[in-house]
Design a protein around this ligand. Structure first.
Ligand SMILES: Nc1nc2c(ncn2[C@@H]2O[C@H](COP(=O)(O)OP(=O)(O)OP(=O)(O)O)[C@@H](O)[C@H]2O)c(=O)[nH]1
Length: 709
């Protein structure tokens, strides 16, 4: 059967934002206006337990017994199928955004018009840059007191470094927010009311000045600036098309269809980021946002296909997004619940039908395609086949994990993997009661399988089970979900920071391992150079031995020894990261040399070389934002400084004050308790991992002492 809908009529998008910016409300309105759901329930109500929203997974759990954690919903707008993957807004769940970005063709970034650019938006923006996901910015909550479009746009330009193209500007703000000027169409839209079915009137831009005056000078200034803003938009967008640009400069005229094409081209290539505004809660701007998704965000494959890689991650080719190719898909989310496993996949090429067998290329295991579920959060609709560009969930796959590639078994291909950060914090986990002893490791295994930013290990010395994650909150929520979703109760020990170690400088070192005990002895000599690498470069081994001075058969033992030894560094036993180990010379003995002898020599060489290199201890640094009343700000800042933090920005957001900066994770345990008492409960904070940084030499001993307690 041929494809029913051309690929050009698909949009796979994500909605990403800081917590509470309005993703859920916006998604709800999208569903309402596309006719998917006939009753809108406000998240205001859900959050105090009175209503339900389509994307609220707790509600789903009750309704149909399937946990849809990051709900994917689909809607149809102007004949286009829009698949929206919602992402949770919690600070420790950057990982969710990460995995959805990997499989999306475009994203809508929602901002709170009062708060502007917030730390999590910044982190997610950088991830979207990494994955080259084209974006639209939607400045929501323009109806809130303190909404400041200019501040938000400034943040988008300066903090996110985006080439923001103002496509809309608000007409009024706070309780005077009545609509927006559409600079592309050259008209203003003025809504009759806040009602969800309210109509709007289209007024030519030139008439707006006479039609409205607001209480705020800033709001009036936007209206006065409209002609200039429109000219800026035309010049920036049409510059992408030489003929259109010349026509604009010579005659002042342009073709509206070409203008939209130019904005589309700029958005798809990442040269431009259109900025829109609205109030999802007051039902203004969501239809225009949907238009922009259709007009400017790419369809699957418009920006090229997906990279195919070899086992080491080197790109070996590209799979175009088309039905006429072997089936290839990427699993981006696995959800387990009491009814089984849902494996969410993005199909890149080919057609996959119920009953097909696929190869999980990552694990070398076959998977049968049982039921296929269309992505919707409000009910479960089974479908018989999925095609290139689709997003769906397979029911009851056995071995597939997040990030795995599924392929037609006759044409296996590994698709470019998602990048997940390594955990920065760990806790020991113990069952609360005897009943939970056996169930605990199975439950933890399920949680780890579904969340690639979690790891589980058994401590060799203490025999304790250790859970590792991206922050205190991340681990707490995991333990809590294990209780609510899987009925297993566990308690957590003291959180520990995942420090790391690194070579301080390049070192050349030779080690000779020689042992003579009666009969045959052991002999191996290695000369190695260890060089510190760029952050994120990993461990690179290179064999530069010439003339067979270390026989080939011993080289794997040397590499193996480097990799194993790097797991436990010489400062305090933390993993040694980001270095290059070059084997440059060595000696062997015909009778006494063996792989084991070379392994021992390399391990000793590594240990001594790391000590000689003036090794560094690295610690995770978190990006922190605290929002509170101005009166408390001084104390908060003083405290951040005491915690070895640095302040990057402070100021006013609406009626609240905020401070942003970087703080070492090791200083931040239990911060919530401090903040509550310091602000009499009137402070909020968000904190996410940002980078690793060297611990100042003067702090190393003190920190290690603290850790040992
Ligand atoms: N005034 C106003 N409030 C809004 C608007 N959009 C959302 N809200 C409110 O802001 C709060 C957060 O909205 P949500 O839609 O739940 O935000 P979210 O980003 O999905 O939040 P998380 O799922 O918790 O990350 C809710 O109380 C909404 O009713 C808006 O346009 N104007």
């Amino acid at each position: 059967m041929a494809r029913k809908k051309p690929l050009a009529l698909y949009r796979n998008i994500g909605i990403i934002a800081h917590i509470d910016a309005g993703k859920t409300t916006t998604t709800e309105r999208v569903l309402y206006y596309t006719g998917r759901k006939h009753q809108i329930v406000n998240t205001h109500e859900t959050k105090d337990g009175k209503g339900s929203t389509t994307t609220d997974y707790m509600e789903q759990e009750r309704k149909r017994g399937i946990t849809i954690q990051s709900a994917a919903v689909s809607a149809v707008w102007r004949g286009h199928q829009i698949n929206v993957i919602d992402t949770p807004g919690h600070v420790d769940f950057t990982i969710e955004v990460n995995r959805s970005l990997r499989v999306l063709d475009g994203a809508v970034v929602v901002f709170d018009g009062v708060a502007g650019v917030e730390p999590q938006t910044e982190t997610n923006w950088r991830l979207a840059d990494q994955y080259k996901v084209p974006r639209l910015c939607y400045v929501n909550k323009m109806d809130r007191i303190g909404a400041n479009f200019a501040h938000c746009v400034k943040g988008i330009r300066e903090r996110l470094g985006a080439n923001a193209l103002l496509c809309q500007v608000p007409l009024g703000s706070s309780d005077e927010f009545v609509g927006m000027a559409d600079l592309v169409a050259g008209v203003g839209y003025i809504w009759a009311s806040d009602d969800k079915d309210s109509t709007w009137e289209s007024v030519p831009l030139a008439q707006l000045k006479d039609r409205m005056t607001f209480g705020s000078d800033a709001d009036n200034a936007w209206i006065a600036d409209l002609p200039k803003l429109r000219q800026d938009l035309l010049e920036t967008a049409l510059a992408l098309d030489d003929d259109a640009f010349e026509k604009l400069i010579d005659t002042g005229e342009f073709d509206p269809a070409v203008l939209k094409q130019c904005i589309r081209k700029g958005t798809v290539t990442g040269a431009l980021v259109p900025v829109l505004c609205g109030s999802s809660y007051k039902n203004k701007g969501v239809q225009q946002l949907l238009d922009a998704v259709v007009d400017y965000l790419p369809y699957p494959g418009e920006n090229g296909g997906i990279a195919m890689v070899d086992e080491d991650g080197n790109v070996v080719g590209e799979q175009a997004v088309t039905d006429d190719a072997p089936a290839r898909a990427l699993a981006f989310k696995v959800i387990n619940d009491q009814f089984g496993t849902l494996t969410f996949c993005r199909i890149y090429s080919g057609v996959i039908r119920k009953g097909d067998t696929l190869l999980n290329v990552t694990r070398g295991k076959k998977e049968r395609v049982g039921r296929i579920v269309e992505v919707q959060a409000d009910d479960t609709k089974e479908i018989d086949e999925v095609r290139a560009g689709d997003i769906c969930a397979f029911v009851s796959m056995k071995d597939t994990e997040t990030g795995d590639s599924l392929s037609d078994p006759a044409h296996p291909a590994l698709l470019e993997r998602m990048r997940f950060p390594d955990p920065v914090i760990s806790v020991s986990v113990e069952p609360k009661s005897r009943n939970d002893v056996d169930k605990l490791s199975t439950a933890l295994y399920k949680m780890v399988k579904a969340d690639p930013s979690l790891r589980m290990e058994v401590d060799q010395e203490t025999g304790q089970t250790v859970l590792k994650g991206m922050g205190e909150l991340h681990l707490e929520i995991t333990i809590d979900r294990m209780r609510t979703e899987l009925g297993v109760e566990a308690s957590m020990g003291k959180p520990r920071v995942s420090f790391r170690e690194a070579f301080g400088q390049s070192v050349e070192h030779t080690y000779t391992h020689k042992k003579q005990s009666g009969g045959s002895g052991q002999f191996a000599e290695v000369k190695m150079i260890f060089e510190p690498g760029e952050p994120g470069s990993g461990v690179v081994f290179s064999d530069e031995v010439v003339g067979g001075r270390v026989p080939r058969e011993y080289i794997p033992a040397v590499e193996h020894a480097v990799r194993t030894e790097s797991q436990e560094g010489q400062i305090a036993g933390y993993e040694v990261v980001d270095f290059k180990a070059r084997l440059v010379d060595g000696k062997f003995h015909d009778v006494d040399s063996s792989a084991l002898a070379f392994e021992i020599a390399t391990r000793q060489c590594f240990r001594e070389a790391q000590k000689l290199s003036k090794p560094k201890l690295l610690e995770p640094i978190m990006s922190l934002e605290v929002v509170t009343e101005a009166a408390y700000l001084g104390d908060i800042i003083g405290d951040i400084n005491r915690r070895r933090g640095t302040i990057t920005e402070q100021g006013q957001k609406g009626t609240s004050a905020f401070v942003q900066g970087f703080v070492p994770l090791s200083e931040m345990f239990g911060y919530i308790n401090f903040l509550r008492s310091a602000t009499s409960g009137r402070g909020n904070f968000s904190m996410i991992f940002d980078h690793y940084q060297e611990v100042p030499a003067s702090m190393v001993d003190k920190l290690m002492e603290k850790e040992a307690k």
